[in-house]
Ligand binder design. Structure first.
Ligand SMILES: Cc1cc2nc3c(=O)[nH]c(=O)nc-3n(C[C@H](O)[C@H](O)[C@H](O)COP(=O)(O)O)c2cc1C
Length: 406
């Protein structure tokens, strides 16, 4: 299928711009052999390239381009299918924006067009050209340093639960994972993640339970989470516990149960955040919202987990505002390389800033993901990059340290 891919990137310092013409010459011939056509814009700092051709050929050339050290921060901004090539005449043609007026470049680009209609109507690809040439999105190009600029150094401060406390975990158990502010080197919260007594996943814990058993097990497991947190001595820490939204709706007095357990374990409501994992439709939204009000009235803060995935969409924010949202891993994965994820995450950040809702990014695994998100304004992170969940314990945290010789 005829595929169009557009990316932008930043030229490397050690790539002299007078070598550009040779690079384009080689690219032109290589693209020609692969039946790929396209156009390359360069503004002295950034490249913007459109590639079009058979899907496999475009992706294969793009993989080579991504690995090319002559540029970095390569961000895919558009990938789509089209009936005809927009620029079918040349394997690769360079437009150096420093040599032309903006309007002249756009006109020249249009003149190279090989489809009669697409370039005239509301063509998304062409809109990206326009935005690049007019540099209206430039403040959103977060230029991040290479991953190797940081070392992640363990603080060695892990804690394990002692044997005496192990009898709390007969029915279920928990792993704890910190949510951290890496630049402030501070743990902002600990999340209790449910496990079977043997340490298997949440899925294994809920497996085999049906109907209301799921919600009953969900709620009663919280007494184990709170008791374990107390045994791990989390006094003064904020503790995040997960609850299925329907647990609050299906189980009468669920909020009173939670409050009693918090008190019984020597904790206070203000240090608890209840995270709602939205993997089912909240069918009784009114009752759910009422229960959330009860939680908030008692001093418990509320977070929406997996925001942006499944049912946890923007409309949930219209119904009630949590103190915090956790951006879904699907949106975080390789965010530094994906223009669409970047646009969505920026919109979430902007929306939450207007609503004074704190954001954490979940499932952060790569230094580049963290750096991009920090640049975009996120400061709280959870993920294996900093600390994996520790079964029946609190893990040591790996804090980033800038390596000065890079
Ligand atoms: C901004 C930029 C654009 C490039 N465009 C292309 C291109 O369209 N086609 C191509 O074959 N190589 C292009 N290259 C060069 C590739 O990155 C790579 O050097 C080339 O495909 C040879 O790859 P190989 O040495 O791994 O075989 C580009 C490089 C840069 C820095």
């Amino acid at each position: 299928m005829l595929t169009t891919l557009i990316y932008r990137s930043h030229i490397s310092e050690n790539f002299p711009t007078d070598a550009l013409k040779d690079m384009v010459f080689a690219a032109n011939s290589k693209n020609g052999q692969a039946d790929v056509t396209g156009i390359l814009l360069f503004n002295g700092i950034h490249f913007f390239q459109l590639l079009e051709g058979p899907e496999e050929s475009v992706f294969s050339i793009y993989r080579h381009i991504c690995a090319d050290p002559r540029h970095y921060n390569v961000v895919e901004i558009f990938c789509d299918f089209a009936p005809k090539r927009r620029f079918g005449n040349a394997g690769m043609e360079l437009f150096d924006l420093r040599e032309h007026e903006k309007e002249a470049v756009l006109q020249s680009v249009l003149d190279r067009g090989t489809t009669r209609y697409q370039l005239l109507y509301d063509d998304r690809a062409l809109q990206f050209f326009r935005t690049f040439v007019e540099a209206t999105e430039k403040e959103n190009y977060f230029e991040i340093p290479p991953a190797e600029s940081w070392a992640f150094v363990s603080d060695g401060n892990g804690v394990e639960m002692d044997n005496a406390a192990a009898d709390i975990t007969r029915e279920c158990s928990f792993a704890f994972q910190p949510i951290v502010d890496p630049l402030a080197q501070k743990t902002v919260s600990l999340e209790a993640l449910i496990r079977t007594p043997a340490g298997e996943s949440a899925l294994a814990f809920f497996n085999g339970r049906t109907g209301d058993e799921v919600y009953e097990a969900d709620l009663s497991s919280k007494s184990v989470a709170l008791a374990m947190a107390a045994a791990l001595n989390v006094a003064g820490q904020t503790l995040s516990i997960n609850l299925l939204p329907m647990t609050l709706v299906r189980i009468p007095d669920a909020v009173d149960f939670l409050l009693a357990e918090i008190k019984a374990n020597g904790l206070i409501p203000e240090q608890i955040i209840v995270e709602f994992t939205e993997n089912e439709v909240i069918s009784r939204l009114e009752e759910f919202t009422n229960a959330v009000r009860q939680l908030k009235a008692a001093g418990i803060r509320v977070a929406i987990d997996h925001f942006g995935g499944g049912f946890a969409g923007l409309s949930l924010l219209a119904q009630f505002q949590p103190e915090r949202i956790k951006i879904n891993r699907e949106l975080i994965r390789d965010v530094h390389k994906s223009g669409s994820r970047q646009a969505i995450v920026r919109a979430i950040i902007q929306c939450c800033a207007s609503l004074e809702i704190r954001i954490s990014a979940v499932g952060v695994e790569k230094p580049e993901e963290w750096m991009w998100l920090e640049s975009a304004g996120v400061s709280h992170f959870q993920g294996h990059l900093f600390a994996a969940p520790a079964f029946q314990g609190i893990p040591a945290v790996c804090w980033p340290e800038m390596l000065s010789d890079i």
